[in-house]
Design a binder for this molecule. Structure first.
Ligand code: ATP
Length: 202
């Protein structure tokens, strides 16, 4: 069994968090991808905007009709920073027979060297790196530390040839804060309805 893990703040979840993951699922032959909404992300010191509960709900709504994509509350710990290496250790012990893959965007891959125990992490789990607009794999290598660049071309890292999805949560929040209606291609309709019902980013 092959399982993907995909952590994030998902503030809010949008199609850039869904379409590339669906392509990764096919390309890597993953049986399931587990989304891990994070209550306290280690790499975002300014904190997030919507509450962990609201972000969790939006992930659930977004994945409701997506076969093979599920959410798990393991990183939803408000009193504890969610370090990916600890999540991977958890899933290795709860799913001992699974081949684990960690899905991350190109921007996150470029920061891998700052992650807690990152070398142990890449020894435990293979990485599936998703294309994000502005982060083409060919140009990415120039932004990596030599240690992370050395992983490229090994079996520890696969680059997913996904179609880039030009949506970012930061831009989406800005648009929502201005009271503008985001294009339907940016996020699932149920998520937008939930955001509007509770005025989440106004
Ligand atoms: P922000 O815009 O607020 O920084 P973010 O979407 O980058 O938000 P997260 O929700 O933590 O932040 O992202 C979760 C994961 O999704 C990260 O690995 C990130 O690189 C990846 N990701 C985010 N947007 C896209 C996108 N448009 N295409 C591919 N991957 C993406």
């Amino acid at each position: 069994m092959k399982i993907g893990l995909f952590g994030g703040t998902f503030d809010p979840i949008h199609f850039g968090h869904i379409l590339p993951v669906k392509e990764a699922r096919v390309q890597l032959g993953l049986d399931q991808v587990i989304y891990l909404p994070t209550a306290v992300p280690p790499h975002k010191p300014d904190g997030q905007v919507a509450s962990p509960h609201a972000r969790w709900t939006m992930v659930e709504l977004a994945l409701l009709a997506e076969p093979g994509l599920v959410a798990d509350p393991f990183e939803l710990t408000p009193d504890h920073k969610a370090f990916t290496v600890e999540s991977v250790e958890h899933f290795r012990s709860t799913l001992p027979a699974a081949d684990l893959y960690l899905l991350i965007g190109c921007d996150s891959f470029a920061e891998l060297h700052t992650w807690k125990r990152w070398q142990e992490l890449v020894a435990m789990v293979r990485l599936g790196v998703l294309v994000r607009p502005g982060w083409r794999p060919e140009a990415l290598e120039t932004r990596l530390t030599p240690e992370v660049a050395a992983l490229m071309g090994t079996d520890r890292v696969s680059f997913i040839a996904n179609r880039p999805v030009a949506v970012s949560a930061t831009e989406l929040r800005q648009l929502l804060a201005e009271g503008a209606q985001p294009p339907a291609s940016w996020l699932p309709d149920l998520v937008l309805k939930y955001i509007q019902k509770y005025s989440l980013y106004r």
